[in-house]
Design a protein around this ligand. Structure first.
Ligand code: OTD
Ligand code: ZN
Ligand code: ZN
Length: 356
């Protein structure tokens, strides 16, 4: 491995955190995700949310219909394996968890504090009311995925992740010491340090935007709505720590794009939606981030090994090749009902691309 590496073949990656949405949105999002990733962990924040195994099974079938209707190459179609999550609500039961554990299609359960992000109004209002459910997760070795932000109105948006670590996660790990937990899309050095201080049953995903950007990109010189996501981009010192841990080779940190499509007109608006869309270009984005600190050799672990390891799944057998040939990120993609989708870094040129 040298600084001058111009081609990199890695095991096929998986995306351990993605929003594919539903119905006609799937015609765009599914082929984009399936072109690079084998397994994808599909977030359950649909309207209404995916709350039980029946919902999950039906949602997976809709995803597979759109996969089969796409013009994606047959071997990519065959390799794509969407894994489902359930949305934890105040009404989730132990039986829901037991059925999920036995289903073979539900990979994890997602906790959104009520109101934390897009479509999270049904989220949990009181963690202490979920003791039975958390015990069931622990018993069945089903991971709990966290949107780790507190949501009280008076808490500053830039402090919400740290406050969650201190006030919520610290309690959860004491009460449920063997519960597998993923802190999703971490954005602060506090979260990185927290995860580093725990055993191997606690891990984190990191998005491309939190590795490549900070709040200056969002706010200096005008508001850039396509950098607006939740948890919000933080200051540069946090970005640097995230890049450090992602490229460190520590298996606690792995790929989760949090690719979250919103039509362009819903983002470029007086009250713009939160979410960065990266499904189609995630690998060149991560390669660019890793290469920016001379650590492209650490990409395979982060993208293709550590997530599978955490979830107790085999790594993929096929490979994908990245090449240091510039690519232009499309200005937009057609989205449903004649709308468009503006990806992260739309129109900009990345130094890495996927070899055809
Ligand atoms: N947008 N962040 C998240 C979800 C969405 O649009 C979404 O679904 C998240 O944190 O999972 C975000 O900015
Ligand atoms: Zn989230
Ligand atoms: Zn998400």
């Amino acid at each position: 491995m040298t600084d001058s590496m111009t081609e990199l073949t890695i095991l096929q990656p998986d995306d351990w955190h993605i929003h594919l949405r539903d119905d006609s949105a799937l015609a765009t999002t599914v082929p984009h995700a399936a072109s690079s990733f084998n397994r994808v962990i599909c977030m359950p924040n649909l309207v209404p949310p995916v709350k039980n195994v029946d919902d999950a099974r039906a949602y997976r079938a809709r995803i597979m219909e759109h996969l089969q209707a796409s013009d994606l190459a047959a071997e990519r179609q065959a390799a794509f394996d969407p894994r489902m999550t359930l949305y934890l609500t105040d009404r989730t039961t132990v039986q829901d968890i037991e059925m999920a554990a036995q289903s073979g299609i539900v990979q994890a359960v997602k906790l959104y504090p009520a109101g934390a992000t897009t479509n999270s109004a049904d989220g949990v209002t009181d963690i202490n009311a979920c003791v039975d459910v958390f015990e069931a997760l622990e018993r069945h070795n089903l991971p709990l995925l966290l949107h780790g932000e507190v949501t009280q109105n008076h808490v500053d948006i830039f402090d919400r992740e740290k406050r969650f670590l201190d006030e919520v996660l610290a309690q959860i790990i004491i009460k449920f010491p063997t519960l597998k937990i993923v802190m999703e899309h971490i954005t602060t050095s506090d979260a990185a340090d927290f995860v580093l201080a725990q055993g191997n049953h606690i891990a984190a995903t990191i998005t491309p935007q939190h590795l490549m950007f900070n709040r200056n990109h969002l706010l200096v010189g005008g508001i850039k709505p396509h950098f607006y996501c939740l948890p919000i981009l933080k200051r540069e010192s946090h970005q640097k720590v995230l890049l450090d841990v992602a490229t460190s080779g520590n298996p606690k940190f792995f790929l989760g794009t949090d690719s979250a499509p919103h039509a362009t007109d819903k983002k470029e608006a007086a009250c713009g939606c939160a979410g960065c869309y990266s499904a189609a270009t995630a690998l060149p984005l991560y390669a660019t981030a890793f290469d920016s600190v001379g650590k492209i050799d650490k990409l395979e672990g982060f993208a293709s090994r550590f997530g599978a390891q955490f979830y107790g799944l085999p790594v993929n057998e096929s490979t994908i090749t990245l090449i240091k040939t510039p690519m232009q990120v499309p200005a937009g993609y057609p989205y449903f009902d004649g709308s468009s989708l503006t990806p992260l870094m739309a129109g900009e040129t990345l130094p890495w691309s996927i070899k055809a």
